[in-house]
Design a protein around this ligand. Structure first.
Ligand code: LLP
Length: 383
């Protein structure tokens, strides 16, 4: 069980995010240990969490950044990441965002369409620069994950379809202000089964040999992110199985001399180190149900409402009480503002602190001000 300094929480205005920086550091150390291969480069997918306190640790650990907007590029630069450690993906890059990337000298634009490639060429030309690009390929692999977070299937808006790829590769090599350096893939998120990653490697091997036959060689292969975490039992698996994950690519990808593999991990880096801490406002006895009404809602953590995700709920104030069933709900005027139905939890009283676990990824960063609520604050523990 993670240690929460509950007595200190009494002084803080709830709800808030609480980050265990020592777990973050151990996670980063494990990434470094298991990705130890001079050909492997890990970029942190900053979309998962851009809290400056978290970013500084990730920057200090030597990871790069995977950004999907100009705002994310700026957040990474402010946190101290060098421009040449930032890769930039996204289907709708605006001219202003592309220019920001070019001026920051980012490592690579992950390009998702032909018109985008042409605009980058034009803007780079105006600035007298050459943009390094990778083409994002839609590999048509089912990642067996939630429909809203699967990205590698043919019908997605993301990436370039395999049939259209040859023409775009040819175009990219002909443009004056473009240096085509790699291929980029991302098949989805919260992938807990290794098989989709093996399939991805096989697809990539096929493509690399096909293009080698045509005289094209890609220096970088970006395999995206997607490694899942244990939401059901975060204390059993506080650190994801990076060893198996990196070994899959080490064992299955057929790389040639000088080729690099880039990874874009988000959730697996930061999810387990963060919890949303909320205070119980009321325990309401219904006819057939008992509701624990808490002061956090979908405004602070939208994943349950948006993806039917479940975050483990813990009663920090009285962990050993007799257990009862509760629907744990927030104060927002939406029925989907519910963190758990029929949760079996130690008896809950007004004023108790509850933790919504595994909320370090896609939690704070997806917070909104719906119902004119303030954005949540964050606190850190190193112990
Ligand atoms: N690379 C690309 C191109 C991506 O689109 C994503 C995530 C990642 C890397 C990082 O994936 P990760 O390692 O975190 O799985 N808000 C959703 C997740 C959306 C993921 C979007 N793309 C959630 O809360 O589950």
């Amino acid at each position: 069980m993670a240690r929460f300094p509950v007595s200190e929480f009494k002084e803080l205005p709830t709800p808030f995010y609480f980050y265990d920086l020592s777990l973050l550091d151990r996670t980063l150390a494990e990434i470094k240990r298991t990705a130890r291969d001079p050909r492997f480069k890990v970029h942190y997918a900053i979309k998962a969490n851009a809290n400056p306190g978290i970013l500084r640790r990730i920057q200090a650990a030597g990871l790069g950044v995977d950004a999907v907007s100009g705002g994310e590029i700026s957040a990474a630069l402010e946190a101290g990441f060098d421009g040449d450690k930032i890769v930039y993906a996204g289907v709708g890059k605006s001219d202003r965002e592309i220019t920001l990337g070019l001026e920051a000298g980012i490592q690579c634009f992950n390009v998702e369409s032909l018109p985008e490639l042409e605009v980058i060429d034009e803007l780079a030309g105006q600035l007298g620069k050459v943009a390094t690009v990778a083409l994002r390929v839609n590999p048509n692999i089912d990642a067996h994950t939630h429909a809203y977070i699967t990205t590698g299937l043919a019908e997605n808006k993301f990436g370039i379809n395999l049939e259209q790829l040859p023409a775009i590769v040819e175009k990219a090599t002909s443009l004056e202000n473009i240096r085509l350096e790699g291929l980029h893939f991302h098949i989805g998120s919260q992938i807990t089964d290794n098989e989709p990653f093996v399939l991805l490697c096989e697809t990539i091997n096929g493509l690399l040999s096909e293009y080698a036959g045509k005289g094209y060689r890609f220096r970088t292969i970006n395999v995206g992110g997607g490694l899942g975490i244990d939401y059901a039992d975060p204390d059993r698996h506080p650190i994801p199985d990076f060893e198996t994950y990196f070994n899959t690519f080490r064992n299955h990808l057929k790389l040639s001399e000088g080729q690099e593999v880039h990874f874009e991990l988000g959730r697996s880096v930061v999810a387990q180190c963060g919890s949303l801490i909320t205070r119980v406002l009321y325990v309401k006895e219904g006819v057939t149900k008992r509701f624990a009404i808490v002061d956090a809602g979908m405004t602070e953590l939208i994943r349950p409402a948006l993806y039917s995700a479940h975050h483990k709920i813990e009663n920090l104030s009285s962990p050993n009480g007799e257990r009862h069933h509760y629907d744990v709900v927030g104060p927002i005027c939406e029925s989907s503002d519910c963190f758990g139905k029929d949760e079996l939890l130690p008896a809950i009283r007004r004023g108790d602190f509850l933790a919504l676990r595994s909320a370090g990824a896609y939690g704070e960063i997806m917070a909104s001000q719906y119902n004119c609520r303030p954005l949540p604050l964050s606190y850190f523990s190193e112990k």
